[in-house]
Design a protein around this ligand. Structure first.
Ligand code: UDP
Length: 487
C-alpha cells in the first residue's frame, strides 16, 4: 500500500481567470459550502490500483488539489500486489463488467483476490481512523474497504468507472462474484444510470467523469510549444513522415525567444493536405485500435483504387497519417494484457504494405514521468485533425472529452459512455459499430473531406465540455455524496 503525493497545480483563482470557466467555478463554490462543512474533521481516503495511466489516476490529483485548497482532508492510497495472478484476475473482472470474456470466476480466484487485498490491510488500518470516509475505485481494491469496515467505523463507497448498459450472462457472473463485498458498501457511484446493476440500484449516485482544463494534459499549448514537446519527445524526428512535413516550415520559423513567426499562406494550404488522425489509449482490445488501423488501411486502399489522383479529396486521404499512442507497457503494472495487445497491433502493422506503414505510427508514451506524458498527449491531441476513440466498450472516454476541450472533432464508437459524451454531427461523428470497418472508413473519409464541419464540431465540443464535463461540475456531486453519507 502506497500513499501518493499530489504535486501542487492550478488554484481556484487560476480557473476563475478563464472567462468560460468562471461561472462553473462560482456555482461550485456556492453549492459546496454546506457539504464542505459536513466533512470537516474527517479524512477522505481514495483507494485504487495505480498512480499512473488510465482515467482514475488522471482525475484524482486535480480533485484532491481543489478540495484541499478548500480545507478538506483527502488522501490517495494505491494497493500493491506482487502476484501476477491478481492483475490477471482483476483484468478479467474489468472485461466482464464490460460484458466481455467468459465470465468464469473460481474459488481460487477469490482466494487470490482476498489475499492480495488482505496484504494491504494493515497499512490501511494504520492510516484510516473512525469517522473517515473510504472510497474505493474499480474492482481491484473492492474487498479491502469491506475488510477496513470490520475494523473501523467508516462509511465505504465504491466508485465504478466502467459499465455496460445491458445485463448479460457475463456481467451477471461478475456481479455475482463481487456480491459478498458489495453487500458491505454504503454507497455506489457509476458514470451513467444505465450501468447500475439491478442489485445496487437503491444506494447509488451518478457522476460522469470530468477533465481538469488546466492540467498538463489539457492546458493551452501554443503551437511552438507543441512542436517543441514533440521534438523533444523524439516524435518529430523519428516520424518525419508524420509531423516533420506538416510543421517543417513552421519549425524553422520559431524565433530564438521561443515565439512563433509568421505563417505563409502556401504553407497553411499544405496543412490541409496532411491531416492527422489520432487515437491515444491504454493498449486494451476494448479500445478498438486494431479495427481503426484496418479502417485506415481500407480507406487508403479504396482511395488508391477508386479515387481521382488529381482531386483534393484524393490528396487529403493519401497524405493522412494515423497515430496510435498508448503507455509504454514497461511502466504499467496493473494491466497484464497490454503487452499482448500491443504485440498483436505491431504484427498487424508489420503485415501492412510499406506504403501503408509509412503512414502509420505506433507510439509508446513514457509513463514514468506523468508530466512529460501528459504534455506529449496534449501536444499530440492538439496536432490532430481528428481524434478517434473507437472503443468496443467504454464506460466514459476521458480521451474524447480531452479532445473536445481542445476543440478537436471526435470520431467515436456507439459505446454507451461515448454516446453520452458526443453529439452526432454536432461535436463529431458517432460510428455505431466500431468493428464495422467499412462504415468506420467511410466516417473517416467524410470527416477528412469536411474541414469546415470539423472546425464547427470542434468548437461545439469545447462548449459541451465547459457546460458538462469539467472538474467543478463533478466535484459538486462528489461533495454531495460525502455530505449525505456523513449525515
Ligand atoms: N492516457 C495517457 N497516456 C497514455 C494513454 C492514455 O495519459 O499513453 C490518458 C488519457 O489521456 C486519459 C486516460 O489516460 O486521460 C484514459 O482515460 P479513459 O477514460 O479514456 O480510459 P481508461 O484508460 O480509463 O479506460
Amino acid at each position: 500500500m502506497q500513499k501518493i503525493n499530489v504535486k501542487p497545480g492550478a488554484k481556484i483563482e487560476d480557473y476563475k481567470a478563464y472567462g468560460s470557466l468562471y461561472s462553473s467555478v462560482l456555482d461550485f463554490l456556492e453549492q459546496s459550502k454546506n457539504s464542505l462543512q459536513a466533512i470537516q474533521g474527517c479524512t477522505i481516503w481514495m483507494i485504487n490500483s495505480t498512480a499512473i495511466g488510465g482515467g482514475v489516476a488522471e482525475m484524482l490529483p486535480s480533485q484532491m488539489r481543489i478540495l484541499r485548497e478548500l480545507g478538506a482532508s483527502i488522501e490517495w492510497l494505491v494497493i500493491e500486489a506482487k502476484e501476477e495472478a491478481f492483475f490477471d484476475l482483476t483484468k478479467r473482472m474489468h472485461n466482464a463488467i464490460h460484458g466481455s470474456g467468459d465470465g468464469k470466476f473460481s474459488e481460487a480466484d477469490r482466494e487470490i483476490y482476498e489475499s492480495v487485498n488482505r496484504q494491504n490491510l494493515s497499512k490501511a488500518l494504520q492510516l484510516i481512523k473512525d469517522g473517515d470516509i473510504v472510497v474505493v475505485h474499480d474492482p481491484q481494491p473492492m474487498p479491502l474497504a469491506a475488510m477496513i469496515k470490520k475494523e473501523r467505523n467508516v462509511p465505504i463507497i465504491w466508485r465504478c468507472h466502467i459499465g455496460l448498459e445491458e445485463d448479460t450472462e457475463v456481467t451477471d457472473a461478475v456481479w455475482n462474484f463481487l456480491s459478498p463485498y458489495t453487500d458491505d458498501y454504503d454507497h455506489f457511484i457509476f458514470s451513467l444510470p444505465s450501468y447500475v446493476p439491478k442489485s445496487l440500484k437503491k444506494k447509488t449516485s451518478i457522476i460522469p467523469p470530468a477533465i481538469d482544463p488546466l492540467s498538463h494534459k489539457n492546458r493551452a499549448l501554443q503551437l511552438h510549444k507543441c512542436i517543441g514537446i514533440l521534438y523533444q519527445s523524439g516524435i518529430l524526428d523519428e516520424h518525419k513522415a508524420i509531423l516533420y512535413h506538416r510543421y517543417n516550415h513552421l519549425v524553422r520559423r520559431i524565433l530564438p525567444d521561443g515565439s512563433f513567426g509568421e505563417v505563409n499562406a502556401q504553407e497553411d494550404l499544405n496543412f490541409l493536405y496532411r491531416p492527422i488522425v489520432t487515437e491515444i489509449s491504454r493498449w486494451d482490445r476494448l479500445k478498438g485500435f486494431k479495427e481503426l488501423m484496418q479502417a485506415f488501411i481500407k480507406m487508403k486502399h479504396d482511395n488508391r483504387k477508386f479515387g481521382d489522383p488529381d482531386s483534393l479529396e484524393y490528396k487529403r486521404i493519401e497524405m493522412t497519417l494515423l497515430i496510435l499512442g498508448g503507455p509504454d507497457p514497461a511502466f504499467v503494472s496493473d494491466d497484464p494484457e497490454g503487452q499482448m495487445v500491443l504485440k498483436e497491433l505491431t504484427e498487424q502493422y508489420q503485415a501492412a504494405d510499406p506504403s501503408m506503414q509509412n503512414s502509420i505510427a505506433i507510439l509508446l508514451l513514457p509513463l514514468d514521468n506523468p508530466k512529460e506524458n501528459a504534455l506529449i498527449v496534449n501536444a499530440l491531441q492538439r496536432s490532430s485533425s481528428i481524434v478517434v476513440q473507437n472503443s468496443i466498450q467504454e464506460g466514459f472516454g476521458l480521451t474524447a472529452t480531452e479532445a473536445m476541450w481542445k476543440r478537436k472533432p471526435v470520431l467515436v464508437s456507439g459505446a454507451a459512455g461515448l454516446k453520452y459524451q458526443v453529439e452526432h454531427n454536432k461535436t463529431g461523428k458517432i460510428n455505431e459499430d466500431p468493428t464495422d470497418i467499412a462504415s468506420l472508413s467511410k466516417a473517416l473519409v467524410y470527416m477528412l473531406n469536411h474541414p469546415k464541419e470539423r472546425d464547427k464540431w470542434g468548437f461545439n465540443g469545447q462548449s459541451r465540455v465547459i457546460q458538462n464535463f469539467t472538474l467543478f461540475s463533478q466535484l459538486i456531486s462528489w461533495l454531495d455524496v460525502f455530505a449525505r453519507i456523513k449525515t
